[in-house]
Design a protein around this ligand. Structure first.
Ligand code: UD1
Length: 339
């Protein structure tokens, strides 16, 4: 079965490609290489022993995308990652985000809307904002987005929902990720942030390796057990497995409705201080950090109710926080050795 992975050379996409290949799917990757390197293709190949088909395509170019689908008319499933994901950048360049994340999704759907096709969409727990009830369920109300990035995820879900209503052969699942961390156990693929990392775990590993002087902990006056904010950190390999489980549900026509939503997290919230402590334990490195003011736009607490994914997709996360952080650390050391 041929599966298209857009943005398949990115952080999450590359782990999903490995998982798909290991489950016997034939993978075609398209990626514009805007936030990754072509080397990832070799690294995927070295893990699985199978080189996925790759085409450098920028899906913002409607004609390019259309020509691609003309060349490949036997694709049965699509996992769509190709999008921008930096919250701060989206505030400064909103139109870039609406073009990459919204226009491109529309173009993708225009090409597939009349086909019998299964689509997995990367959404985010950011759509919930600060949820009133925790753990947050898929039915929690959607809050006004804090950033253009967050807005593109809300709009993306709505575009797919509206399209599915009138196109019964199109089947889609949106996965709302909590905080993906970690790297493949081989440490051949992982997260490669360009410039200064904005997310907690790459900032921690880059500080531990000496690339950054000090980690800033954004606020210790939150109403939580130690005053620092709570998130649900999920290993990227577990997240990858959730994609393949969701895809298989659609391909096997098990879904009751042609648009469904699942949270993908571990169900356990960890504070920033707990992450630091777990990292120090996993790496044996003592981390240089200091407490600074809260970061604008951050919610206090977000962790997933995961029953829906566990019961319906038959999926369970397997990595502990410490194991996930150990894999991030192993990856960071290998990346720096190569540089
Ligand atoms: C952020 C985005 C979210 C997006 C996700 C993509 C915001 C407000 N949210 O999630 O919309 O889907 O990235 O990966 O930007 N922290 C520090 N010091 C740091 C970095 C982070 O203390 O240097 C803290 C944050 O305040 C937060 C936690 O660590 O409490 C996790 O932060 P981060 O990794 O940036 O993820 P989110 O903010 O949850």
């Amino acid at each position: 079965m041929k599966i298209l992975v857009t943005g398949g050379l990115g952080y999450i996409g590359s782990h999903v490609v490995v998982e798909l290949q290991e489950k016997g799917y034939e993978v075609i990757i398209i990626d514009n290489l805007s936030n990754t390197s072509i080397d990832v293709l070799d690294n995927i190949t070295s893990i699985t022993g199978i080189r996925p088909t790759f085409e450098k395509i920028d899906i913002r170019y409607k004609e390019e995308l259309h020509a691609f689908f003309k060349r490949h008319n036997s694709i049965e499933g699509i996992i769509h990652f190709a999008a921008s994901k930096a919250v701060g950048e989206s505030v400064n360049s909103p139109l870039l985000y609406y073009e990459n994340n919204v226009n491109a999704l529309v173009y993708l759907l225009q090409n597939i809307q009349n086909n019998d096709i299964s689509l997995i969409f990367s959404s985010s727990c950011t759509v919930y904002g600060q949820a009133e009830q925790l753990p947050v369920t898929e039915n929690a109300p959607i809050k006004p987005a804090e950033s253009p990035y967050g807005n593109t995820k809300q709009i993306g879900e709505e575009i797919i929902r509206d399209t599915c209503k009138v196109k019964p052969n199109l089947k889609a699942i949106a996965l709302r990720y909590f905080n993906p961390i970690g790297a493949h156990q081989s440490a051949k693929i992982g997260e490669l942030p360009i410039g200064v990392p904005q997310n907690l775990v790459p900032y921690i590993t880059q500080t531990a390796i000496g690339l950054r002087k000090q980690l800033s902990v954004y606020g210790n006056d939150y109403p939580t057990r130690d005053g620092t904010a709570i998130r649900d950190y999920i290993h990227v390999a577990d997240l990858a497995k959730a994609h393949v489980a969701a895809l298989s549900r659609l391909l096997n026509r098990k879904a009751k409705e042609n648009f469904e939503i699942f949270n993908v997290g571990t169900g356990t919230g960890s504070t920033v201080m707990e992450v630091i402590t777990a990292f120090e334990k996993a790496s044996g490195v003592s981390l240089n950090y200091r407490i600074v003011d809260r970061r604008a736009g951050d919610v206090v607490e977000a962790y997933a109710q995961t029953d829906k994914a566990r019961n319906i997709l038959g999926w369970t996360p397997t990595y502990s926080l410490e194991e996930s952080l150990a894999s991030s650390w192993k990856w960071e050391k290998i990346v720096r050795e190569k540089k």
